[in-house]
Design a protein around this ligand. Structure first.
Ligand code: HEM
Length: 179
């Protein structure tokens, strides 16, 4: 998985806890790189999972909460690093319903080794959409945080519910309502 997903995670830990916590989880997770990730390289997704579990054990914060908070933080980092992908989008629903075409397809072109999750969606009414997440990495809680981060980016608050979860979280359906 792309290094930006790792570098943003460690940056969030430093910001929301402190550098000592970064150091501790790198030690606890037996991180082979000692935290020396760069945003453009590619790393084993399992190592991110080890770091997240280490943070969960040290902080006592439930894993879904940590992953959602991380997802929200990550959106800010992605938006900062890839402003050209966002510049023509005016509404968060336009972005979420077209994430495949507007965002992750571009990511695959930029980085052929990247393997971002797949999304399909449809509009239920003016204020509500449904989005289906698919990935072997089972990072639906991170997706939920990213959805909130996307709303915040456009100044919109969302009520997000995970309505169906299959295959150990590899498929997650979200109902997203503008509030
Ligand atoms: C500017 C916007 C975005 C950019 C540039 C972007 C880019 C990326 C990149 C580079 C990865 C790593 C893929 C890999 O290395 O294999 C990724 C993963 C991911 N993206 Fe996006 N993304 C964006 C927005 C979003 C949004 C809004 C969502 C949620 C609806 C989302 C959901 C995810 C999730 C959950 C992952 C983790 C990997 C997985 O679940 O398989 N992304 N994205």
């Amino acid at each position: 998985m792309k290094g930006i997903i790792f570098t943003e995670f460690l940056e969030m830990v430093e910001e929301k806890f402190d550098y000592q916590m970064v150091d501790n989880i790198i030690t606890d997770a037996h991180d082979p790189l000692d935290g020396a990730y760069t945003s453009v390289n590619t790393y084993d997704h399992a190592q991110l999972v080890n770091l997240v579990i280490a943070l969960h054990k040290r902080s006592g914060i439930p894993l879904p909460d940590l992953l959602r908070t991380y997802g929200e933080y990550l959106f800010g980092g992605l938006a900062k690093n890839y402003p050209e992908l966002l510049k023509d989008i005016k509404d968060p629903f336009d972005m979420l319903l077209n994430i495949e075409i507007l965002i992750h397809t571009e990511v695959r072109k930029l980085y052929p080794e990247a393997n971002p999750p797949q999304f399909t969606g449809n509009q239920l009414d003016e204020k509500t959409i449904e989005l289906i997440y698919n990935s072997h990495r089972s990072m639906g809680d991170v997706a939920e945080g990213l959805i909130h981060g996307c709303g915040a980016h456009f100044g919109v608050n969302f009520n997000v519910k995970q309505t169906e979860i299959d295959n150990n979280g590899q498929t997650v359906k979200f109902r997203i309502e503008k509030i």
